[in-house]
Design a binder for this molecule. Structure first.
Ligand SMILES: *Cc1c(COP(=O)(O)O)cnc(C)c1O
Length: 227
């Protein structure tokens, strides 16, 4: 079997074709899947991988020497930041200011800068984590006044309500894009580059997310199979 006939490679190539017109980046979510599958995806040209669990990411990171980009997309406990701080490339799910401060402290000690996205609570579910839409403006303007030395705020991440109602999902993604645009203007008016990432959309809703302006989709089961 050659690599072009692998289902993982096929899914990645198909998704990349689908994402190209939207200029969106693909994060392949490999949580719970073995390293062999990640290596297969790397062979197909995939560079960005997302993991949800600190311990699992740490084990996989040590086993893979290829120069890939690791995205942490799960719920990050502050006492575990230091485990992934040496190598993580983008943390999607920053849920509160305390986490931002811990990430900054750890990154500073390592003399590196860690790119982060604030997770914004857009879904109806109470259980979804993140900042409320109403509080984000204040959080960002506080950061403009008192910048954290070693974190780079690159954008937002959001998860839509788990529902079959496409209109609900679309409305939530649209509201996040609107918030993203207004905060982006704040960065631009201050001449700060790099606030350019809107991480929204997974296997079940990435098509809607792309239509609503996602710049980065996090896709697991459509690539690696169901979990
Ligand atoms: C698991 C997960 C994904 C990928 O989910 P799929 O439905 O398998 O595409 C994306 N984002 C987050 C935050 C996840 O936890």
């Amino acid at each position: 079997m050659n690599s072009s006939s692998s289902p993982i490679a096929d899914s990645i190539l198909n998704l990349k074709n689908e994402l190209a017109p939207f200029n969106a980046k693909l994060v392949a979510v490999s949580k719970t899947k073995p390293v062999e599958m990640i290596l297969e995806a790397i062979k197909a040209g995939q560079v960005d991988f997302g993991e949800n669990y600190v311990q699992e990411l740490d084990v996989k990171q040590k086993q893979i020497s290829a120069p890939i980009q690791w995205h942490f997309i799960g719920h990050l406990q502050t006492n575990k930041v230091k485990i992934i701080a040496p190598y993580v490339d983008l943390i999607h799910g920053v849920e509160n200011v305390k986490a931002l401060e811990v990430i900054s402290r750890q990154a500073f000690a390592l003399e590196r800068e860690i790119a982060v996205l604030l997770q914004i609570h857009i879904a109806k579910e109470e259980t979804k984590f993140g900042f409320d839409v109403e509080e984000v403006g204040k959080v960002v303007s506080d950061l403009f006044e008192n910048p954290l030395p070693a974190v780079k705020l690159c954008g937002f991440m959001g998860m839509a309500t788990f529902t079959n109602d496409e209109q609900v999902i679309r409305k939530e993604f649209r509201s996040l894009r609107k918030l993203f645009e207004s905060v982006k203007q704040g960065f631009e008016s201050r001449g700060i580059a790099g606030f350019d990432t809107l991480s929204m959309g997974m296997t079940s809703d990435y098509k809607i997310a792309l239509e609503e302006g996602s710049t980065m989709v996090r896709i697991g089961s459509a690539i690696f199979g169901s979990r």
